[in-house]
Structure formats: C-alpha cells, structure tokens
Design a protein around this ligand. Structure first.
Ligand code: FAD
Length: 461
C-alpha cells in the first residue's frame, strides 16, 4: 500500500527526511496535514500563526501538486484521524518528522504504538533541529541550562548532515488523485485567515510565506547582509538580520539547509565578515538551545524555570496599562515602535523584543506570562520553544537568563540602537508631536519597585 507522510512543523518538500524516506520506499505517497485542536495539551495557535499557516499550506499544496502528488487536509484529533486514514488508503507505513513539546510527543508516541500494534510501519525522523535534544548531554549525562557549554557540545560533535535535495516527483496515491480534489475548499473552511475585520493587510505586505520565499530570503541575506550581521544585527533600522524565523518555525526551510548554505557562503570570507557568519550560526544555535530547554522542561510557557520566581509578588494586572503596552501607547518610543511593528507585521526585531519584554515585566511589573501570551497571539514566528524561552530569559526566571536586576532603560536603548530614530519614526509617525502619549510610568520609581520585589524572592527561605 501507499506510504503516509504526515506533515506538521515541516511544511516543505526539500530536506524533508520523512518524505525522503517514503520516496525511497517506491510506493505512492499520501501526504496529509492535520489541524489538531483537540488532542490534550496541544496549545491552540495564535491569530498571526493561523494566518501564516493558511498561506503556508496553500503554498505546500501547490508545490506537492506540481510534482504529481496531493496534500490531504484533515481536521480533528490526530490519533483517530491517522487510524482512519490508514484504513481508508490501506497504507503500509506512516512517516513523520519529530516534534519536541510534551503534548505533541505524547500524541505521536501513542499513534506510533497503535500503528505498530496493527502491523503498520510507523517511523519518526529528525527534521526540525540540527541536534536532537537528548543527544546533547553534559559530562554527567544531564541536560544543559547554560547556552555556551551547550553550543560547544553541539559543535564539538559531528557536523549536521548535508540536506536532502528536493524530490523531482511525489507520486500521489491513485485512490486520492482520482477523487475530486477537495483540499483548497477544506483550507478555506478552516477559517485560519481573519475575515471581519481583516487585520492581516500588514502581514501580507510584510511576508510571503512558503518554501520558495524562504530560500530566496536566505540567499538574499547570505549575498547581502551576512558580512555586516555581526556589527548591525542589534540595530532594528538596519535590516541586517535574515528574517527567517517564521520560515524556520513552520519548517518551510530546515536548519540543516540554513547551516549548509551558510557554510558555503562563509568559505570566501575573512575577518569581521567571517566572524559575522559564525555569529549568525550561533543565533541558529540559540534556537537549538530553546528546544533543548523545552524538551527538558515541557511547562516552559507556564512555569518559571527557577522555582524561586513562583513567589514573585506580581501586583494585580492594570488592564488599561496592559492595553497601552499592547497597542504601543506607553510614551516610550522604542517600546511603542516595537509593539506597533509587531501588530502591523506580525514580527519584531530581536533587540526590541528584549526591550519591550523588559519594560512590561520590570517597569510595569506584569507577569512575563501575560506578555508571552500576547506575543504568542501576534507573532507569525510564535514558537513553542523560543517564545517562552525569550520571555523567561528577559524575566530572569529562565535558563541562562539575564539577571533580574539588569533592567533595560528604554530611552538609553533607543539612543544606542536607533540613534537616528529611523526605526522609531517608521513605526510611530506622531513621535515628537503633541499627539504622542505622555510616559506611562516613571522609569526610576518603577525600577526601584521592581528591584525591591526581586529582593523579596532572591533568597527564598
Ligand atoms: P536572525 O538574527 O537572522 O537569526 C537567525 C535565526 O536564528 C532566527 O530566524 C531564529 O530562528 C534563530 N534565533 C535568533 N535569535 C534567537 C533567539 N534569541 N532565540 C531563539 N532563536 C533565535 N524567535 C522565534 O523564532 N519565535 C518566537 O516566538 C520568539 N519569541 C521571542 C520572544 C522574546 C521575548 C525574545 C527576547 C526573543 C524571541 N525570539 C523568538 C527570538 C528572536 O527574537 C527571533 O528569533 C529573531 O528576532 C528573528 O529574526 P531573524 O529571523 O531575522 O533572526
């Protein structure tokens, strides 16, 4: 029978280990994506992520059809859907690339054992990371909680494998090819895109999701900004970063592909340009680290990694102030610029993510989980590992985190990283006029209050 290839956070056809193995079988392929909003513990996607997913599935559908196959779209709990699909197609095997969150792993493990119990070959592959989280261990056999030794351990071992090329055909299974193609109707009926109001105009202007765009963006970055990445990556107006994060989040490009293309691009480089390339790969290494941490601390999005923070005296949330932060009306220009960039484009520069998060947690004394949820809903790259990791890092409650007492001053950050206020003016047109809001908080006072609150949890009795 045919081989089912279950697509998840790997919406691409090149360097897709599960698809690659299925094609080696020589049987027709049943490609399927399951929108699972029912399995226990699986976190519902945020609004911007749903918009991205819609575009990405449309792109993957077209790419698979162009090679002779078809992508089935199913909605519901993945377990029963897989069982039904195996019956329906008389499949001999089901292949997929691994996921690393605990609820997802639980779903996948159950499906694998059910399938194997009924004589179906079920197999999972490493497709979304450079290094499987459990393969990187400390000398004592434990997991890492500090980045530098983690990344040293990663890079000391064998290098990531070479990426698989794109297949030149994906033979679809006749039972599906002969039926009416329902996939595009299904996708529209899922309602992943906003309709009334349609707030996605800014997202459409900023992004073209899909595998082809991911590779074009990577190539533009490697041919253009890579040599200045090291010196300009912290300046939001410079466009010196790759903007690959949503493509990596959805697996439209794999980290192996990024790794290998960067290795080739850096061959001719020397001096600061070479240092820049190493720096870029180190940032890709941070993505690896966040998955290593998530694998070992599945509650990353809800639970402080440092239990001492459980006693942090968060005051009740001031909903109006929270809305001012969300809408970019705090009266602090870099914070407002970032929050408005996020709302308009579904993304925010990394430096500004740190500044806006620090402001919420330390100048507004709002629990980091509140900010994590807002980012989860508004980011197109909303990632189950990197987002909660980033928030806990800023809060000081996380792995290898910034110390709590390091409180960014948003005005000094603006002067340092947006010296000509180019980023601020792009995102806050009324900056400098009477229409711009007065500061929401006193930086000195709120800083002292944050430090006092922190003192109370620092030395748990
Ligand atoms: P580049 O600088 O070009 O880096 C290349 C790739 O490396 C990125 O695409 C990304 O996959 C990875 N990367 C870079 N920096 C980090 C980092 N600090 N942590 C993890 N991976 C990194 N990143 C997400 O992908 N999804 C999120 O939901 C997310 N939430 C964040 C929340 C907070 C509070 C903070 C401080 C950071 C968050 N990040 C998140 C990390 C980082 O801000 C983005 O990955 C980065 O801004 C993406 O831009 P880029 O693709 O141009 O990055």
């Amino acid at each position: 029978g045919p081989v089912i290839v279950w697509f998840r956070d790997d919406l691409r056809i090149a360097d897709h280990p599960a698809l690659h193995a299925a094609l080696e079988h020589g049987q027709p392929i049943v490609a399927v994506y399951v929108l699972d909003e029912e399995s226990v513990g699986v976190r519902p996607l945020g609004s911007a992520a749903r918009w991205w997913l819609h575009q990405s599935l449309r792109s993957l559908t077209a790419d698979i059809e162009a090679l002779g196959g078809r992508l089935l779209l199913r909605r519901g709990a993945a377990g029963p859907i897989m069982t039904a699909l195996v019956h329906e197609t008389d499949a001999s095997a089901v292949f997929w690339n691994r996921r690393y969150g605990l609820p997802e792993r639980t779903v996948d493990t159950a499906i694998k054992s059910d399938l194997r119990a009924s004589g179906i070959d079920a197999h999972s592959f490493a497709g979304s990371l450079l290094f499987e989280p459990w393969t990187i261990q400390t000398g004592q056999g434990g997991s890492y909680s500090v980045f530098t030794p983690f990344w040293r351990a990663c890079t000391a071992g064998p290098p990531p494998r070479a990426p698989y090329p794109a297949p030149d055909s994906i033979p679809g299974w006749a039972g599906i090819l002969d039926a009416d193609p329902p996939s595009s109707d299904d996708l529209d009926s899922w309602g992943l895109e906003p309709s009334r109001p349609d707030w996605a105009g800014g997202l459409r202007a900023a992004w073209t999701p899909g595998e082809a765009s991911a590779h074009a963006l990577l190539q533009t970055f490697l041919d253009g900004s890579l040599p200045r990445y090291g010196s300009e990556r912290d300046q939001p107006a410079q466009n010196a970063t790759s903007r690959l994060s949503p493509y990596l989040r959805w697996g439209e490009i794999s980290p192996c592909q990024v790794w290998s293309a960067t290795q080739s691009a850096q061959r001719g480089l020397t001096g600061t340009a070479l240092t820049s390339a190493t720096r870029f790969l180190t940032e890709v290494g941070w993505r690896e680290f966040t998955y290593h941490v998530l694998f070992n601390a599945p509650d990353l999005a809800t639970k402080n990694l440092r239990p001492a923070f459980d006693a942090f005296p968060w005051p009740p949330v001031d909903q109006e102030a929270l809305a001012a932060w969300q809408q970019g009306r705090t009266g602090f220009a870099l914070v407002d610029a970032g929050m408005r960039e996020l709302w308009r484009t579904g993304s925010m520069h990394n430096r500004v993510r740190m500044v806006t998060a620090s402001f919420l947690i330390k100048n507004m004394l709002v629990d980091w989980r509140e900010g994590e949820r807002w980012f989860w809903d508004t980011l197109v790259d909303a990632d189950p590992a990197s987002n909660p990791f980033g928030w806990q890092w800023v809060a000081g409650s996380g792995a290898d985190a910034a110390p709590y007492f390091r409180i960014f001053n948003p005005n000094l950050q603006a002067a340092k990283f947006d010296p000509h206020q180019q980023y601020i003016r792009e995102n806050v047109p009324e900056y400098g006029t009477d229409a711009y809001p007065a500061p929401l908080v006193d930086l000195g006072e709120t800083r002292r209050a944050a430090l006092a609150a922190y003192e109370s949890v620092k030395n748990p009795s």
